[in-house]
Design a protein around this ligand. Structure first.
Ligand code: SF4
Length: 366
């Protein structure tokens, strides 16, 4: 069946959005004009990748207070950037945002979508959402929510992501007619609120034209696709103190925890993993606190935090450094490592005390 005219079908969306829209710190008061601060839109869209609006708001406000312009962000150091991002997760976003700010501060804002897409960390969704909201370009932004709305409006069978190009072409005239920023934000809001996986069609402004609603097929459109099960690991997160400070692993440039300091860790029960990490370890002999499960997108880590204090300083194993105790609180860390740092800061913290390094290594399995 051919697609219906998007311009007519989506006409009720703008007035509905005007009535329900929330005041957000990055949202322009006038949705018909280019945004007065495209940089704020960029920051918000990057923070909103994988993160809920309510979580993002305080991070956005702190970020904009510290880095109010592209040049301020471009001139900042990595440690401070990661410090402000700490707790928001997916730290590669912060690094890419920093890199993008450097490019934009030097070259200015691009004039087309392809050039936006070439910026670090901007995929098709983020680039299109930024272009529509910041510059009023009619560039449809399709993410999980908007794919779901479009699939139901058109009663598309199968995975709507396979129809991305056709859906963009379908939506584009509606953005041009009703305002790119307004329609983009309205579609996002509809997908996040009424057209959720369990939709509330009775309150929806599009219900009289929505094919899935009229056919009674919203429960199977879009189809729920099987998700890969997250990999599970179990590890010991080890805080070792000595008169020289705390033993830590400096930030790496790639990987899940890029740009962040982390505690040494060893895979639980694997002597080989322990040796690889430079920390001799014998399973089951030192566990300081009840553990927790740290969940990442593709990974579930069961964490056993442990801590010990050495009587005298020794040279750090390869890949680790001693950090002065007074510096610990300032280091950018991810949620997992922050949680152990918070344990250590509690007045009730009582690390196991080793008389010397050899005794510590004996506990850890030297
Ligand atoms: S009528 Fe229901 S299924 Fe259709 S767009 Fe609205 S909320 Fe979604």
């Amino acid at each position: 069946m051919p697609f219906p005219d998007a311009q007519a079908l989506l006409a009720p969306l703008g007035p509905w959005f005007e009535a329900v829209k929330r005041t957000l710190p990055w949202r322009s008061p006038d949705l018909d004009l280019p945004h007065p601060d495209p940089y704020a839109v960029l920051v918000s869209e990057v923070m909103l990748q994988q993160t809920q609006v309510a979580t993002v708001i305080p991070y956005f406000q702190r970020w904009m207070a510290r880095f109010p312009t592209l040049s301020a962000l471009a001139a900042a150091g990595e440690d401070e950037i990661h410090g402000l991002w700490a707790g928001l997760g997916y730290y590669r976003r912060a690094r890419n945002l920093h890199l993008a700010a450097g490019i934009l501060a030097r070259q200015g804002w691009p004039a087309d979508l392809d050039a936006l897409l070439a910026l670090p960390g901007l995929g098709p969704y983020t680039a299109a959402a930024l272009a529509a909201q910041a510059f009023q370009w009619p560039t449809p932004a399709l993410d999980g929510n908007t794919f779901r709305v479009a699939a139901r409006l058109l009663a598309l069978e199968g995975d709507p992501r396979r129809e991305a190009a056709a859906l963009r072409a379908w939506l584009q005239p509606a953005l041009a007619a009703h305002g790119p920023s307004r329609v983009t934000q309205a579609l996002m809001e509809l997908g996040a609120t009424l057209c959720a996986p369990a939709p509330r069609c009775s309150a929806c402004p599009l219900r009289s034209a929505c094919r899935a609603h009229l056919q009674g097929s919203t429960d199977r459109i879009p189809p729920v696709l099987p998700r890969a099960r997250p990999r599970s690991t179990e590890l010991y997160l080890v805080a070792i103190a000595s008169p020289a400070g705390w033993l830590l692993r400096p930030p790496e440039s790639k990987g899940l925890l890029a740009g962040l300091w982390n505690w040494p860790w060893v895979l639980a029960g694997t002597a080989a993993g322990a040796a690889e990490r430079g920390i001799p370890y014998r399973a089951g002999e030192c566990r300081a606190w009840p553990g927790w499960v740290q969940v990442y997108t593709h990974l579930r880590q069961t964490i056993h935090p442990l801590a010990l204090r050495l009587g005298d300083p020794r040279s750090a194993p390869e890949g680790l450094v001693w950090v002065a105790a007074g510096e610990l609180a300032k280091l950018p860390m991810g949620k997992r490592d922050q949680r152990l740092r918070e344990h250590l800061a509690q007045p009730t913290f009582l690390p196991w005390t080793a008389e010397d390094w050899d005794a510590a290594l004996a506990v850890l399995g030297a």
